[in-house]
Design a protein around this ligand. Structure first.
Ligand code: URP
Ligand code: ZN
Ligand code: ZN
Ligand code: ZN
Length: 490
């Protein structure tokens, strides 16, 4: 199958230029003008930007809840990411109860995601313990194409939490094996103190979620994680950075040549904490995510930080928690909402690129090159899947977005589905959208709509809009991705 994408303006992280693209089957084989036919299909990109398919560094589809049984939105809802221009998700593998890291990844790829994931998928492991077996498991994961792993310094009292001694041991081993460590950085004791203080004074409303997750707790954990990683010679990615204080720790560490990179997310860039002041707690609970949404000054700082490469990636942190699970925040015994019982996370894989374009590029806050860099190229490099993913060049997978900069609309669940019953960006203006999306040469989105069949899919008794004709596949990452380059810098 020979496809010609003609008349578009190609945008990469470095430059933009007018040229045509020849795709043969799944790969880009030529870029230029007057490319030679015959062609089986011609896509006219006149008036559009041709962007690399998005790489979402941070997704939690079918993430196991802490009960170890139920999950958030299933893989069948990943079509929403494709519709938003993301052709590869890097998904976190929560551990299956009783299974080690390697078996959990295999189970995820071969059972949970198989035949259900619409975009391509790469995997981050999640480590919540360090035992004698972990050493061999890290080595095996890297060999399998999983060169990144997440540790949670928050969520004490759950199966996810990792203490400092285990953190150090894990970093030491990961550093030896060429793995890059992703860290959820919030100081658990700061959280405990603040949450206990709130409860002791009778405060359980959703707004106490943001009031009890102070920026100093995030900044302290970021600083500690970076120092430990540096001492253990392990490259690190601090995920979902939400505030000035945490961003400043990363900026300073990078200026000192430390091997650290930072990620922020669309909800921290465009929404503020007052979403949680909504009088109906069921609705307020939709914005309960960790770290918490912050203030306008933090948003301004995060935009600046992306532009200055203090933060280098925009990942969605997609956690599509259905309303029925957000409603777990109801304390039946005391007949009130308790913010501590609300599952954390916001959906956003579908709107990651829309939000960044609208409030970044279209608002004059970010160049198109920077947009491609933080949404596509740097995440691909970090995960060791570049240049197969994350850029437009000969030999790369033909994952392309024909982006229409003239589209104007309003974000609603109808036009911008999330996989669950609400969209945290509901009501915001949208400028520009992914008009046509190609995944390895196949057109999967046309006129901003996913082309596969979407039908009702039931998981844990909850009905979702799921795809039935998914075609994503696992893309193994190479060790020593961007993390290794960063490490050499120091
Ligand atoms: O609140 C969040 N971010 N939930 C998803 C899990 C995580 O910590 O990234
Ligand atoms: Zn996290
Ligand atoms: Zn308020
Ligand atoms: Zn996350």
């Amino acid at each position: 199958m020979r496809t010609l994408v003609k008349n578009g303006t190609i945008v990469t992280a470095e430059s933009e230029y007018k040229a045509d693209i020849l795709i043969v089957d799944e790969k880009i084989t030529s870029i230029g003008t007057n490319l030679e036919g015959p062609f089986d299909r011609i896509l006219d990109a006149e008036g559009k930007y041709v962007l690399p398919g998005g790489v979402d560094n941070h997704a939690h589809f079918e993430a196991l809840n802490t009960d170890g049984i139920t999950t958030n939105e299933p893989y069948a809802t990943t079509w929403v990411a494709l519709q938003g221009g993301t052709t590869t998700i890097v998904d976190f593998c929560t551990n299956e109860p009783g299974m080690n890291l390697v078996d959990s990844v295999n189970y995820r790829l071969n059972v949970r995601a198989k035949g259900k994931v619409a975009p391509d998928i790469a995997i981050h492991a999640c480590c919540n313990d360090f035992t004698d077996e972990t050493v061999g498991e890290i080595k095996k994961l890297v060999e399998m194409g999983v060169p990144t792993m997440k540790l949670f310094l928050a969520y004490k009292g759950t199966s996810l939490y990792m203490d400092d001694s285990k953190l150090l041991a894990c970093l030491e081993e990961a550093g030896k094996q060429g793995m890059t460590m992703m860290v959820h950085a919030e100081n658990p004791d700061v959280l405990d103190k603040c949450r206990n203080d709130a409860a002791a004074t009778g405060h359980y409303e959703p707004k106490y979620h943001y009031m009890t997750r102070p920026p100093y707790g995030e900044a302290e954990a970021v600083s500690r994680a970076i120092r430990f990683a540096d001492a253990m010679h392990c490259p690190m990615c601090i995920v979902h950075v939400s505030c000035i204080e945490a961003g400043e720790e990363i900026r300073k560490a990078r200026a000192e040549g430390k091997a650290v990179i930072g990620e922020t997310c669309p909800h921290y860039l465009v929404l503020d904490k007052h979403k949680m002041d909504h009088p109906d707690w069921h609705i307020a609970a939709r914005w309960i995510c960790s770290p918490a949404l912050r203030d306008k000054e933090d948003q301004d700082y995060l935009w600046k930080a992306l532009n200055k490469d203090w933060l280098s990636i925009c990942g969605s942190d997609n956690s599509g928690i259905p309303q029925a699970q957000k409603n777990w925040g109801w304390d039946e015994e005391h007949q009130r909402c308790d913010f501590r019982m609300v599952p954390n996370g916001c959906p956003g894989a579908g709107d990651r690129m829309n939000a960044l374009w609208t409030y970044g590029v279209a608002a004059g806050r970010m160049t198109r090159q920077k947009f491609v860099d933080v949404c596509c190229t740097t995440p691909a490099k970090l995960n060791g899947i570049y240049p197969r993913k994350g850029t437009i060049q000969v030999g790369a997978d033909a994952d392309l977005v024909l982006f229409d900069p003239d589209y104007k609309g309003t974000i609603t669940l109808e036009t911008n589905p999330t996989g669950v019953e609400y969209n945290v960006f509901e009501g915001l203006e949208q400028i520009g959208r992914a008009d046509t999306v190609l995944l390895r040469g196949s057109v999967v989105v046309e006129n901003g709509r996913y082309l596969g069949e979407v039908t009702e899919v039931v998981a844990d008794g909850i009905t979702y809009q799921g795809c039935t004709s998914a075609n994503g596949k696992f893309i193994p990452g190479k060790p020593y991705g961007l993390g290794y380059d960063l490490l050499k810098r120091s």
